[in-house]
Each structure stands twice: as C-alpha cells, then as structure tokens.
Design a protein around this ligand. Structure first.
Ligand code: FAD
Length: 285
C-alpha cells in the first residue's frame, strides 16, 4: 500500500526547483514512475511530495543541431527515443538499447533521464550514453551546471545529485558520419527485465573504440583499459577473441537474482567478442 503524499503537476522548471528547495519536505521527482512507483508500492521510498515533470514544455525537447549535437529533455520517453530518426541513424547504440528496455507499454511512460537518475548498475541506456560522452544538465535554485555522465554515478542507485537538484536533460555531441556503434544485451526475459550484461561499443570514424558495460559493476562503466588495448592493436581476426578474454580480467561482477558472477563473466566475454567482430566486419564491408 502507498503511504500518503501530495501530488503536484508542475508547469515550469522554476516551480519544480522551488519545491525541491523546500528542506522541510521529502520531495521526489516523478517522470515516468516506472522505477519510483515500484519502490513506493513497497514503501522503500516514502516521499511526502511528488512533483510530476511530464507536463513541462521545456523538458519535452528532443532536438538535434548539426555541429552541436542532440538534446534529450527530461520528459522524453524511451519510446520517443526508439522512434527518433536521428537517434536510429547517428546514435545507433542508444536506439538499439532503448528498444530492449522493458515493453512498449513501459517505454511509453519510462524516460531516458529517469533511467539515468535511477542509477541502476544495469540501466540499459547508460552504456550507450557513456560511449557517446554524454553530458548531464542539472538545475537548482543555486544555478545550473553541466557534468559529464562519466562523473554522475557514485554507486548502485546513487548519483552526485543533491536533494535540491533536477536533471533537465542530457546532451550528446554531434558525430561524424561513418561513426558506428551497437548495443548487445543478454537478459533473462526479453521485454521484462534488466540485462544480465549490456555491452555498448562504438568505433569512431578515426578508428577509436569506446566501450561501456552495464550490470557488471556497482555502476555502468567505461572500460578504458579495453579501449586502449583495442586502439593499440591492428584489426586482425584474433583481436575480437583477445578483447573477449581481456574483458573477463577487467570486470568483477556480483552474483544476484539475475545471474551468477561466473555467468556474467562468460557472457561479457561473448558479447564483447561479438561486438568487436560486428563493428570491424561492418567497417570492412
Ligand atoms: C517491468 C519493468 C521492466 C523494466 N525493464 C527495464 C529494462 O529492460 N532496462 C532498464 O534499463 N530498465 C528497466 N526498467 C526500469 C525503468 O523502466 C527504467 O529505469 C526507466 O527508464 C525509468 O524512467 P522513469 O521515467 O519511469 O523514472 P521514474 O521512476 O519516474 O524515476 C526514477 C528515479 O529517478 C528520479 N528522477 C527521474 N527524473 C528525474 C530528473 N529529471 N531529475 C532528477 N531525478 C529524476 C526519480 O525521482 C526516481 O528516483 C524496468 C522497470 C519495470 C517496472
């Protein structure tokens, strides 16, 4: 059963910030509610005020400016991400990951920013956003700041956000045409579960690999050592196999309800090998 709370449908960002600035209240942001409502139903979150941000016009922004990049506002749903032509064309890994997130009905409510703010180690959209070197746009009554996503997560379900801060959106830089990326995910039940392992990989036009994994560490992570290895070695057929072996030495996943640590290690190796093979073969064709 839900505990009692006040519900506010905000019309402006300033209205949200005023509520968040009230230190006498436990205020929570409600975006799609697909994470928050589950926790509230179990009384693991008991806010006394919920601020719904879905009606704020400024937060519905999903736009791309050539030479600048993409901006995804905090009210943009995951289904909007899967339907965005520019995301599917340019930011392929993000579009692919969005399609694997839950079911169509869930994606109609769930937001990209909510997925990031919830900070699950297995968040599907975090890996792709990390390889695109995304920035998080944060606002409070004290002002605005922009932070690289790589500095946003601090632990399972934990971020650098202060209680009075709101994420207004996430931006991604423009990419050269020829930039290739993909997202591979292994999950127990398609459409109903977080991944056992998620691998986001990108090969830039100037032949630089970027790699991020989810569900293998306390937060989604970039694997800089693996990137260095891939970037320092020629594209031989053995490269993918070696990368698959190397990732198993770099990560230290836990066992949980979804999978054992051993299975996660095995799957991470398989998915990394597959991702390198797919990106380098695609490039050769
Ligand atoms: C059945 C089911 C299946 C799921 N499957 C997947 C899956 O396959 N992959 C996956 O990654 N996730 C999955 N999820 C989790 C969830 O759907 C996603 O994480 C979703 O993107 C969360 O977005 P939301 O808008 O619903 O967030 P909400 O639940 O509204 O918010 C999540 C948290 O972030 C905070 N928050 C939200 N927006 C802001 C903001 N703008 N500024 C500051 N804080 C904010 C909220 O206060 C809350 O603490 C699943 C959930 C369910 C119930």
């Amino acid at each position: 059963m839900f505990s009692q709370f006040k519900y506010v449908k905000a019309q402006t960002i300033d209205e949200v910030l005023t509520y968040l600035g009230d230190r006498d209240r436990c205020v929570k942001i409600l975006a799609g509610g697909t994470d928050l409502m589950v926790l509230m139903q179990r009384n693991l979150e008991t806010p006394d005020c919920l601020i719904d941000i879905k009606g704020i016009e400024e937060m519905k922004r999903l736009d791309f400016v050539q030479g600048v990049g993409l901006f995804v506002g905090a009210s943009v749903t995951v289904n909007q991400v899967t339907e965005s032509k520019i995301i599917l064309e340019k930011y392929q890994a993000l579009g692919q990951a969005a399609k694997t997130l839950a079911s169509y009905q869930l994606r109609n409510r769930a937001t990209l920013v909510g997925n990031v703010c919830n900070a699950s180690p297995g968040a599907d959209l975090a890996g792709p956003l990390l390889i695109f070197e995304a920035n998080v746009h944060i606002a409070s009554l004290d002002g605005r700041r922009v932070l690289p996503l790589a500095q946003f997560f601090t632990g399972p379900k934990k971020t650098v956000l202060a209680a009075n801060e709101l994420v207004t959106g996430i931006s991604l830089p423009d990419l050269s045409s020829g930039d290739q990326s993909l997202y591979l995910k292994q999950a127990r039940v398609k459409g109903h579960d977080l991944g056992i392992v998620g691998v986001a990989m990108r090969l830039t036009l100037d032949q630089k690999f970027l790699v991020a994994l989810s569900a293998v560490a306390p937060t989604p992570i970039r694997l800089l050592e693996l990137e260095e290895f891939l970037n320092a070695h020629p594209r031989t057929p053995e490269l993918a196999t070696k990368a698959g072996e190397m990732v198993q030495k770099l990560i230290h996943p836990i066992s949980d309800v979804r999978a054992s640590a051993e299975y996660r290690l095995l799957i991470a190796g398989v998915l990394v090998k597959r991702a390198v093979t797919l990106l380098t073969t695609r490039e050769a064709n």
